[in-house]
Design a protein around this ligand. Structure first.
Ligand SMILES: Nc1ncnc2c1ncn2[C@@H]1O[C@H](COP(=O)(O)OP(=O)(O)OP(=O)(O)O)[C@@H](O)[C@H]1O
Ligand SMILES: [Mg+2]
Length: 245
């Protein structure tokens, strides 16, 4: 695909320019970072702006926060996920409740414990149902708890990313990395499987934590390699120009 092809805009102010217009349609991007770096908000904003600005329906597969927590969090940024769900512009797949051993009344939920095949089937089904163009899996680190051994987790991640590619939607997976760790993902394979990698960081400067992001890889496109400061404002992530921290 050429540089000038249509892009999938993240809708995150300041980011699409860094990406030369947005994500490559149909690609799978890993957003990785430590705790509280903004991964979940990034994903919500990607789906919110997709649905509201670009006419793209979305699927949010949550493995960590329960759907009602996500809706409440979204509301704090002025994003009405409940309405998007009612209008079938957004489907939230609840894979968090069963993982936590909690009951759920969500219409789209994995109820059989976290079975990777069941999860893949549900993602496939709901994506087809609303013809979703954007999919988020937050986070693949959450897959680990139910799986025996790292090989099984890697296999599960591989399965999910193959499915995402097969579905042709543009997708984000998140992965949590310990602050100060040398890798980019929890299981050490996500960054190789994904076509793109964006790293969110919180680093200390003058006794204050500052947020920044860097686009580490994005196959099939040029992109800035600078580190960009960003903020989480009342309307979500805003990436600052300049590339200086
Ligand atoms: N309205 C807001 N204004 C400014 N900052 C906010 C606001 N809401 C949340 N934050 C910041 O965003 C952080 C949470 O972001 P988010 O949940 O996306 O992180 P995460 O990377 O998904 O974390 P985790 O690894 O725990 O899942 C909070 O710790 C807080 O610092
Ligand atoms: Mg999160």
């Amino acid at each position: 695909m050429s540089e000038t092809s249509e892009r999938v805009k993240t809708g995150i102010p300041g980011l699409d320019g860094i990406l030369h217009g947005g994500f490559i349609p149909g690609s799978n991007v890993l957003v990785s970072g430590g705790a509280g770096t903004g991964k979940t908000i990034f994903c919500m904003q990607f789906l919110q702006s997709g649905a509201m600005k670009f006419g793209d329906n979305g699927v949010f597969v949550t493995l960590e926060e329960r759907p009602k927590e996500l809706r409440r969090e979204a509301e704090r940024f002025g994003w009405n996920f409940e309405k998007l769900q009612e209008e079938e512009k957004l489907i939230i797949v609840d894979a968090a409740s069963s993982k936590a051993g909690l009951p759920t009344t969500e219409p789209h939920a994995i109820r059989t414990g976290l079975d990777i095949n069941a999860l893949a089937q549900e993602i496939y089904r709901v994506t087809k149902r609303i013809n979703a163009r954007r999919i988020v899996i937050d986070s693949v680190s959450g897959l680990g708890i139910r799986f025996e051994g790292i090989a099984a987790v890697r296999n599960a991640i591989f399965k999910l990313s193959s499915l995402l590619r097969e579905l042709g939607a543009t997708s984000i997976m998140t992965s949590e990395v310990a602050e100060g760790s040398t890798g980019f993902s929890r299981y050490g394979v996500e960054e190789f499987i994904a076509q793109g990698l964006i790293i969110l960081s919180l680093t200390e400067q003058d006794r204050e934590l500052r947020r920044s992001l860097v686009v580490r890889k994005m196959r099939q496109t040029g992109h800035s390699l600078k580190r960009f400061p960003f903020e989480i404002s009342s309307s979500g992530l805003v990436v600052m120009p300049g590339g200086e921290l």
